[in-house]
Design a protein around this ligand. Structure first.
Ligand code: 5GP
Ligand code: ZN
Length: 112
């Protein structure tokens, strides 16, 4: 499959990796919209948030722990940050491989 994030997971395309866990890889967005802009992707190619459940309950716990660890390491746990999935065309999803954005380090505007 010709998927840019699968290629980042495999190392075929270089990225600034922030952290790796059993099920997820976190790396810096190539076009950051804030001082901290990190993407968390499942290593497995899935496309919709609901499919995360197929990774099992332990993976969901792993994901939320990873978000918190990244926020602390980036120094934005106290100042605040946004986590979001863009799903589908109305949300402007560019890359089909599911990815969670962690955005922070500046005051963010309202969503939408
Ligand atoms: P979406 O709009 O699909 O939610 O977001 C896709 C994100 O992936 C964008 O913020 C874009 O900057 C980022 N992105 C696209 N291609 C690459 C890449 O090759 N490397 C990295 N690190 N980020 C990418
Ligand atoms: Zn993929």
């Amino acid at each position: 499959m010709d998927c840019i994030f699968c290629k980042i997971v495999s190392g075929e395309i270089p990225s600034q990796i922030v952290k790796e866990t059993k099920h997820f890889l976190a790396f810096r967005d190539i076009n950051p919209v804030a001082p901290t802009h990190i993407l968390i992707v499942p290593k497995m190619h899935i496309e919709k948030p609901a499919e995360l459940a197929s990774l099992g309950d332990s993976a969901l716990g792993e994901l939320f722990t990873l978000i918190q660890e990244i926020a602390e390491n980036e120094g934005i746990a106290e100042t605040g940050f946004r986590t979001l999935f863009n799903t589908g065309k109305d949300a402007g999803q560019e890359v089909k491989h599911l990815h969670l954005h962690i955005i922070g380090g500046r005051k963010l505007g309202r969503i939408g």
